[in-house]
Design a binder for this molecule. Sequence first.
Ligand code: M6R
Length: 603
Amino acid sequence: MCGIVGCSGTSDAIHPVMEGLARLEYRGYDSAGISYRKDDKILNHKKEGKLQNLKDLLEDIKPASTTAIGHTRWATHGKVNDTNAHPHSNDKLSIVHNGIIENANALREFLKSEGMEFLSETDSEVFLNLLTLNFNKTKDLKQSIIETFKKIEGNSAFLILNKENHLLYSIKRSAPLVCGVNEKTSDVFVSSDPYALVGFTSKIYFPEDEVLCELDFTKANELVQFYELDGSTSKRFKIQEKEVKLDVVSKGKFEHFMLKEIHEQPELIKKLTKIYFSESNKEQLARIGKESFPYVHLAACGTALHAGLIIKNYLEKYTQMRVHSDFASEFRYKSPKLNSDELGLFISQSGETADTLACQELCAENKLKNYSIVNTEGSTLYRNCDENLLIHAGIEIGVASTKAFTQQVLVGNLLAKAFANKLSEKEVIGEFELLSDKIKNLLAQEEKIKNIAREIYQHQGFIFTGRGIQFPIALEGALKLKEIAYVHAEGYAAGELKHGPISLIDENMVNIAIITPDLYDKTLSNAEEVKARQGILLVVGEEGNKELEEMSDFFIGLDFEGLDDTVPVLTNIVLQLLSYHIAKLKGTDIDKPRNLAKSVTVE
Ligand code: M6R
């Protein structure tokens, strides 16, 4: 969600902070700001809107400092404006915050009664003011941070800069935050995502929750000190010294990251089998093959949940396991009955989604074995699970998830087959390669999809329908369209239409019906019902099917020959392209759609 970056050292801190913010901007982009020490003062610059607005401001100011903190915001409390942007600061302290302070209102009232003034509408300023009040009394910053943090309820991460010296402090509860050091220069860093620090650090520390980190670049050995909330030294952190290369993230010849990521899919699919069937990785699937669980609890959010619903289909097809799947935000509050011989299965691109992490914690507390299907190696989910199946999608920048969905589904297919000991390398490689080729063919027909988008983009309502394994694709198609094109779209199980939603059908409503050979007749009748009510019918079906072509207003034919489990991946890519082109015609901000953030680290 919000991006946090801080740096302190002997050389320029502004550049790494701004570069880190640029790398994290896709996660939250309402406003951005930076604070730094200069001549024993704290200077603060904040700007509503994209990071570029802040960059433009700094062009004129030309800040110089060796200690700085910065933030890109995704608003939770208070409007999107310069004042509510982070950092929040006064003449002594400056803070940036990611998360939600749940008892902010009560604390604000208390602080007002103590004479503290509030400039912004944010909950974050409550932390600043409480910290300042404590610091004014104790004059001990470390102790004041601990005392303040103890009073804060909810999940948050904070980074604190002070006027007096170069020390940076950070602390978190169920929100991502890492520390980094460059062992050559002794520069120290903090960020909400290690990706922001690639190239700047040689060592990354992953502190656990409620561990206070003190970063001091002048210390001879340990540039980062860790403390428990009782002030004692803490050992609750992990270290990563592995050299991480910065994925080259450019749009290349594409106008948007989303389009580039859609086009990356054929190659990523081929790469996936190479990785999973390589000598070093085969062992993981073999190990999984020895496991068996009576029950699987599957939790995820958004697109990752839609991938999960397809994976549920695979698990039910290939194994005897019973599978319960739910939105992570619902699962955690439903008192699920969790037994220690069961499996928790979590799907996530970022590995930092707050609700998904909370479900994993709940399963871990109940002694279940936890597996992830995840893109980000080293993320919190990755670190907390017993077994991680990486999806190898590479960094996904477009807020609308595309390639991660495809890879999640395919890795889920490998998982289900591995559990069932039905994983034939030859067959899997055969189907995945065929799928990859068919996606290439589909991408070559993009112009056709673009033309259909042109015909329908001005309509106000879209209903996506599918049955069986295509039902999650209907949900995903609708999510993608509303996410980036800002139009009303819903996904339904086709058989549910006549139980209510059919009343929405008229000559202005577009029904995007996915009609594949599976459950063909039933799905066809549902589409007929739409046609009978003058709905506009766009069918995604098997190429050469005259019946479908004749009944529909628009038809996108796909070659399913030789595909079995992977048909939904192919139909979904049609919907990815359709959403993209509708959004483009509408002129929305495709890679950074309004109100969204790439990684949702608050509940
Ligand atoms: O990082 P995650 O996969 O856990 O994220 C889950 C959802 O927030 C995410 O899939 C979201 O729905 C996407 N923006 C959809 O395109």
